[in-house]
Design a protein around this ligand. Structure first.
Ligand code: AHG
Ligand code: MN
Ligand code: MN
Length: 349
């Protein structure tokens, strides 16, 4: 006897409903589900995340063919505001984020590692209530060797009119972020985000051209075996960091993992546990990583997953920068792993 077909998505006997539901949980739908309402804020954030996803797809597309195209790999010959050599992919990705937000109507300002001052989109400014802060390509030294890269982003609500274009309202703590995350360009492209309601990961399905939900409410293990740090800087650090490294060397069970792109290193730590460190040095106590578009967005995400992020003396999310491109030391990961590093900084053991 033949049975009447179940409506799509409601059948329960062969698992096809779950896979169909999974395939349909796109990024923008997920953001709306998180709010459980269709308020203007929910719709704005859904549209913003959709745009960030589009930027990620454009960057991923270019990276996937980098070895086959002219003008993708290598340096531009310029130095950025940080004094670092700029790669062609840094410029491309920086411009991609600007162009996807030009049409959005929602973003008035974009502040990036690659631009000395924020970029204003005047036609959006009367209404554009949001600012995007981003590192367009994180780990750009990996670009020419076909290794993992990332993009980091944070969204803040604009405070005040900013008529003089000083962007002074951005000099506020990471607790002002309303969304943050990263895109990881690895064997597959993943997008991990939080709007302050847990951490959720998506994988780009190239056949659909959509980021599809991979894991909801990710939790970082409180303790893990990985420590992720550039040990080449060992003799430039304060003694407390050297003591911590000596401790992991003599303690069974630790593994060093360091890729040169903190998005991929921190993604490993998020999924499997451990700690990522980029300490200051005696000569540069502020370290290398930039607060507003590197450390603070990742701190927001890792705290949302149950982990911690600190300078060693202060939670990263409490640091108030005095300038746009301010740097901070960063220790980020599972709660117990971060506490262990802190105890070396604060008590010497
Ligand atoms: P960026 O490519 O945006 O300048 O960031 C690179 C950062 C971070 O991703 C990475 O962990 C770290 O710098 C690598 O620096 P070192 O080569 O000094 O270890
Ligand atoms: Mn970076
Ligand atoms: Mn970068």
């Amino acid at each position: 006897m033949t049975q009447a077909a179940e409506p799509i998505g409601l059948s329960t006997n062969d698992g096809s409903d779950r896979s169909l539901d999974r395939d349909c949980t796109t990024l923008s739908r997920h953001v709306l589900q998180q709010f459980q309402t269709f308020t203007p804020e929910a719709q704005d954030l859904s549209a913003l995340m959709n745009r960030i996803g589009l930027a990620g797809k454009l960057v991923a597309r270019r990276l996937s063919r980098a070895g086959l195209m002219e003008g993708v790999l290598g340096f531009t010959g310029e130095l950025n505001v940080q004094g670092e050599s700029v790669k062609k992919m840094d410029v491309y990705a920086n411009d991609v984020f600007i162009s996807v937000f030009k049409q959005s109507g929602l973003v008035c300002r974009l502040a990036s590692e690659e631009m000395e001052n924020p970029y204003y989109i005047p036609e959006n400014c009367p209404l554009g209530r949001y600012t995007l802060l981003y590192d367009p390509i994180d780990g750009s030294s990996n670009t020419d060797t076909n290794l993992s890269l990332g993009s980091i982003f944070a969204i803040r609500q604009q405070k005040g009119e900013d008529l003089d274009h000083s962007a002074s309202d951005l000099l506020a703590s990471g607790r002002e972020q309303i969304a943050a995350g990263y895109i990881l360009y690895g064997p597959s492209t993943m997008l991990v985000y939080s709007i302050g309601k847990g951490v959720h990961s998506f994988t780009l399905d190239p056949s659909l051209g959509e980021f599809i939900l991979t894991e909801e409410n990710m939790r970082i293990p409180t303790q893990g075996s990985v420590y992720s740090v550039n040990e080449g800087n060992f003799w430039q650090w304060e003694e407390s960091f050297r003591e911590y490294i000596r401790y992991v060397h003599r303690t069974e069970g630790y593994s060093a993992r360091y890729s040169g792109a903190m998005v991929s290193d921190i993604h490993r730590v998020l999924v499997q546990g451990g700690v990522f460190l980029y300490p200051g040095t005696v000569q540069k106590p502020e370290g290398k990583l930039r607060l507003l578009y590197e450390s603070a967005p990742l701190a927001f995400l890792i705290e949302q997953a149950g982990g911690r992020a600190t300078t060693g003396h202060e939670d990263i999310l409490d640091v108030i920068p005095s300038k746009l491109h301010q740097r901070t030391p960063l220790i980020i990961g599972g709660r117990e792993d971060v506490a262990k590093v802190e105890s070396f900084i604060q008590n010497g053991h």
